[in-house]
Design a binder for this molecule. Sequence first.
Ligand SMILES: Nc1ncnc2c1ncn2[C@@H]1O[C@H](COP(=O)(O)OP(=O)(O)OP(=O)(O)O)[C@@H](O)[C@H]1O
Ligand SMILES: [Mg+2]
Length: 264
Amino acid sequence: MERNKVISIVNQKGGVGKTTTALNMASWLSIYAKSKVLLIDTDGQANLTACVNIDKNKIKGSTYDLLTNDNIKAEDIIYKDNSILFDMIISDERLNNIDLILNGVLARERQLSRKLESVISKYDYIIIDCSPSLNLATINALVTSDYILIPVQADYLSIRGTAKLLESINKVKEQLNPKLDVLGVFVTMYDNRKINDKNIYETIQEQFKEKAFNTFIRENVRLKESPIEKKSIYEYDKNCNGFIDYYNLMIEIWKRLGGQVNDK
Ligand SMILES: Nc1ncnc2c1ncn2[C@@H]1O[C@H](COP(=O)(O)OP(=O)(O)OP(=O)(O)O)[C@@H](O)[C@H]1O
Ligand SMILES: [Mg+2]
């Protein structure tokens, strides 16, 4: 099984389920695979940070500090608390200006990868939630990653966007990070009642072939509610579609990472 791997959740389209996936993936790996996980929020919107039960008094720094301050090490700012399932590097709105701040800085695309070198061996998986833009925070995430995971919303415009996304990923791969690989693509916010959504699922299967996951994530209001309670879907409701879908998706992901599965 692969360990010490960095996986970024990426799509430049907004609101497609990246943050929801990051939270539930990190939680699944911790609960069901007993993995040690570091979850990193690289989005200036800091939605992921808001989904986690963080005690503001215990925050020592954020992704912004890591990317912009040479004197700050990852060890200094990783947020740890027994009440959460994983370690975390939180985000704040200063990250929205990262392109301006890092303008002209040497090796600005490699800040994150350099800073994580000293901690990577401590974690089975590092999961990075990216913003819906290809800014320097996202580029830093891609340069650091072994894999990217792409959620695609079940709508026509989302499918069109994936071609562009793959182009950008290939550029990063060629110029900055040859080891970068697509772990897979999956459909989110799927609505059974819409014929269109079935077509989109089939299109994704044809376009991405072995990279497409069979599991799709249905629209489920419980997935919207659980972050308000600062919980993953696994802790929030074990009987809803959101639980079933994210559980099944994680089994597929786990197999791709070379993990063993005891089939029921
Ligand atoms: N399968 C789902 N069913 C219903 N609601 C969902 C589902 N997945 C995500 N949501 C909700 O949709 C909204 C957008 O999801 P999320 O924040 O995960 O997307 P995102 O890709 O991270 O967005 P952004 O690009 O702004 O970072 C959130 O309110 C979330 O709770
Ligand atoms: Mg998000």
